[in-house]
Design a protein around this ligand. Structure first.
Ligand SMILES: *[C@@H]1O[C@H](CO)[C@@H](O)[C@H](O)[C@H]1NC(C)=O
Ligand SMILES: *[C@@H]1O[C@H](CO)[C@@H](O)[C@H](O)[C@H]1NC(C)=O
Ligand SMILES: *[C@@H]1O[C@H](CO)[C@@H](O)[C@H](O)[C@H]1NC(C)=O
Ligand SMILES: *[C@@H]1O[C@H](CO)[C@@H](O)[C@H](O)[C@H]1NC(C)=O
Length: 320
């Protein structure tokens, strides 16, 4: 009798364990890591080659064009990082880069897809950032988003999240929508952050024409655990592969001073205005579901929750 119940107990424990394993496997693969379906915003715009959209910003010898200039490899090694700057400046639009990141040990390495007008407005510049930060643990990558408006550099508005895929295995889309209504950061078309243009954020909302940049550089001083793990060049060269460029928006005609902006062209898609159309003025229900999912499951830092850093949180964090 006693031995039989022990046997049954063991069986029960064994099957419970099996079921637990199944739950972990199923939720790990399905519920947690597969994003909800969202509209494919990146399908709506034409893709241009890297050499059509960009010029060399620095480290030209570390930029290798591939596929006749359609794509490019951006390299960081002991001698230099490298960077591209868009030929045009844009006032609002939709911007995409498909990136495949370096595998292996990448702490301290930063790959940035961002917009800025620091050159034109050194004292009161605007910026919208998507920065991929190499990591020491699990050879992971982290996405940090941020923005500045009219020189609001004393207030960092960073958010950080883990990606739900391995960004070193294949190309993934990183995109920025920027218009008068909101800024949306997307990863593979899933919104990961929305910044609404309202009174609370005020002049910290980017509101002047900007160039688009893709860069790879040494962020040893801050990128991984606040600089605890720097770049280890024994693992270099670090190569970021770039393709799938979409730069769709109001191309600013001349170097301007923020007033009297005129657009050379609004969009190459005739029936669709990427700058201000209804489908770009607010997120759809699907996109809101995607936004909730990515933030609930993958975001691990938001400046709006960092009360140690901000005794008084920036106004947009508490306004509704
Ligand atoms: C990136 O966007 C392009 C264009 O919409 C699409 O064909 C491709 O499948 C996307 N890649 C991923 C990983 O979602
Ligand atoms: C390569 O690009 C150049 C200029 O962009 C173009 O003139 C040429 O036809 C392209 N060659 C091929 C094989 O696509
Ligand atoms: C932006 O900054 C400039 C220079 O500091 C200032 O003169 C201007 O009033 C600011 N604009 C807004 C909208 O706050
Ligand atoms: C800015 O540029 C516009 C158009 O080129 C010009 O009319 C205006 O005077 C300029 N303003 C300043 C402050 O330079």
């Amino acid at each position: 009798m006693a031995s039989r119940s022990i046997f049954q107990m063991k069986r029960l424990v064994f099957f419970s364990f099996l079921i637990l394993c199944l739950i972990v496997v199923v939720s790990g693969k399905g519920a947690i890591y597969t994003p909800p379906d969202v509209e494919k915003v990146t399908d709506q715009f034409s893709r241009i080659s890297v050499n059509q959209g960009f010029n060399v910003l620095y480290g030209g010898s570390n930029i290798h064009q591939t596929n006749n200039g359609t794509n490019a490899d951006l390299i960081l090694d002991k001698t230099s990082g490298s960077g591209l700057i868009s030929t045009n400046k844009y006032f609002y639009g939709f911007f995409n880069a498909a990136l495949k990141l370096p595998a292996g040990f990448t702490s301290g390495v930063v790959i940035a897809f961002y917009m800025s007008n620091q050159g034109d407005f050194p004292k009161n510049h605007d910026e919208i950032d998507m920065e991929l930060l190499g990591h020491e643990k699990r050879r992971d990558w982290i996405l940090q988003t941020n923005l500045y408006g009219n020189g609001s550099t004393s207030t960092g508005r960073e958010e950080k999240l883990y990606l739900w895929f391995d960004p070193t295995q294949d190309y993934h889309n990183y995109s920025i929508l920027w218009n008068n209504h909101h800024i949306v950061y997307y990863v593979d078309n899933v919104p990961v952050r929305e910044v609404i243009h309202n009174k609370a954020i005020g002049s910290a909302y980017p509101s002047k024409p900007m160039s688009v940049y893709v860069t790879i550089w040494d962020g040893s001083e801050w990128a991984t655990h606040g600089g605890k793990y720097g770049v280890n060049y024994a693992y270099s060269p670090f190569v970021a592969s770039l393709k799938g460029i979409e730069l769709e928006g109001c191309i600013v005609q001349q170097k301007n001073n923020g007033s009297g902006i005129t657009c050379a062209k609004k969009s190459s898609v005739s029936s669709l205005d990427p700058v201000d159309g209804t489908e770009f003025s607010k997120l759809s229900d699907l996109q809101n579901t995607g936004l909730d999912w990515s933030r609930r499951k993958h975001m691990y830092y938001s400046y709006c929750q960092d009360t140690a850093r901000y005794k008084i949180l920036p106004p947009e964090c508490t306004s509704k």
